[in-house]
Design a protein around this ligand. Structure first.
Ligand code: GLY
Length: 400
């Protein structure tokens, strides 16, 4: 018992810089942040209900920017966060919010022109299914998975990210662009194979993860944002960026998607090569010499304007969530780093005072600097992955 108390004390000392007296055990720390999230996002929910719109970020004029009607890759995050808060608080208002806002885009499950269906449906309907076991949600997830795998090309061994005949991306000369972000869509496919018993979704996910592992990474385990393939031969045509500083730079959120993606692939496959890849990427992120002391990265590790460049709290939140999970597979190797990131995100530098920040939780994220879009703003996905990371962090310590 004494040994247990001593190790708990040492853990608190390491995590939060003080031993006695400290109320901030990992669980207390998380509960405090979740209480704040419930209060702040309840204000955001009031705004959303009044407008009957799903919140995304703040625009350049400082006004609320709702998700685009028609299709928006971020539309699943506020409903997903609402499911998390329903699970934590059991308040009916959060369940009603999740149901209302995810229903607004349910028919997007049929869309085959975008790769983002995993982000959208797994974060909302996927969490909803885990919590409620509602069979209708399972059907939605299956249909979305069927739509997503229409973009898989067996010659390339990947799911195509962006269509190339319209939008800004049509000007890049790509034939079959695949972005590192696409790793995040695979979770829905792994889940679809479990819930339907049909291995085809998992097979696509594994092929995509293997092709990405082979072609997206540099020798130092940083990753390119975009790899363009020849859809006829599967050959790599180019390695570039869309949202990073340059083709050869390390775009912060891309590195975060990579460590999260391979950690998640290991969860479903127990394939050691994914675990190894996740650790290599984690080590690259954490050992990068330019990583700021508070562990919240600049939006791109190689922006020459650093230190006068924006940070990206969304990349930190995604990374924290991945590192907590990865710690569960590596004897706690990354839990200290995850704790430090969460501690920074919970500080007043990144967590908004109640009632400010248009009622989002986190400040200081970046959407896309090359598109001059969403620079140093709150983002619905920064909040989503932050809450997810907090929940995983509490769970990690509860199970220990
Ligand atoms: N998937 C888009 C982004 O990370 O900005």
């Amino acid at each position: 018992m004494k040994i247990f108390n001593l190790s708990l004390c040492i853990l608190c000392l390491f995590l939060f810089g003080a031993c006695t007296p400290t109320p901030d055990s990992p669980a207390t720390f998380v509960d405090k942040q979740l209480k704040n999230a419930d209060a702040q996002l309840s204000l955001l929910l009031t705004d959303a209900l009044e407008a009957n719109r799903n919140p995304r970020t703040i625009d350049a004029a400082g006004e609320m920017h709702w998700v685009r009607q028609g299709f928006d890759w971020t539309e699943g995050f506020f409903p997903g966060t609402s499911w998390f808060l329903y699970d934590v608080t059991k308040k009916d208002a959060w369940k009603a919010a999740a149901e209302k806002f995810q229903a607004q885009y349910e028919d997007h499950k049929y869309l085959t022109g975008f790769h983002d269906l995993g982000f959208i449906f797994n974060c909302s309907y996927g969490n909803g299914y885990k919590i409620t076991k509602n069979k209708a949600y399972k059907e939605v997830l299956k249909t979305a998975s069927d739509s997503l795998i229409t973009r898989f090309n067996p010659t390339v061994g990947s799911i195509m990210s962006w269509d190339v005949h319209h939008g800004w991306q049509s000007k890049r000369g790509w034939k079959f662009p695949v972005i590192i972000d696409n790793m995040m869509n695979l979770e829905m496919l792994f889940e679809a194979s479990i819930s339907t018993g049909d291995p085809k979704y998992k097979e696509v996910a594994i092929a995509h993860a293997d092709t990405t592992l082979k072609n997206h990474f540099r020798e130092d385990y940083s990753c390119y944002h975009v790899v363009d393939y020849d859809p006829e031969t599967g050959a790599v045509r180019s390695k570039q960026t869309a949202q990073g500083f340059s083709d050869s730079s390390a775009w912060a959120r891309g590195q975060a998607w990579a460590v999260y993606g391979y950690t998640m692939c290991y969860r479903y496959t127990q394939d050691e090569k994914y675990l190894e890849q996740a650790q290599k990427v984690a080590d690259y992120i954490l050992q990068y010499p330019g990583l700021p002391e508070d562990l919240i990265p600049y939006w791109d590790y190689n922006d020459p304007k650093i230190p006068n460049a924006p940070r990206d709290a969304s990349a930190a939140a995604v990374t924290a969530s991945a590192l907590v999970e990865l710690s569960g597979y590596t004897n706690g190797k990354y839990i200290q780093d995850a704790a430090n990131i969460l501690k920074s995100l919970a500080s007043p530098e990144y967590t908004a005072t109640l009632g400010t920040n248009k009622h989002f939780i986190l400040k200081h994220s970046v959407g896309s600097i090359p598109h001059n879009n969403e620079i140093d703003v709150p983002l619905n996905y920064a909040d989503y992955y932050y809450i997810e990371a907090l929940l995983k962090f509490k769970d990690y310590h509860t199970k220990k």
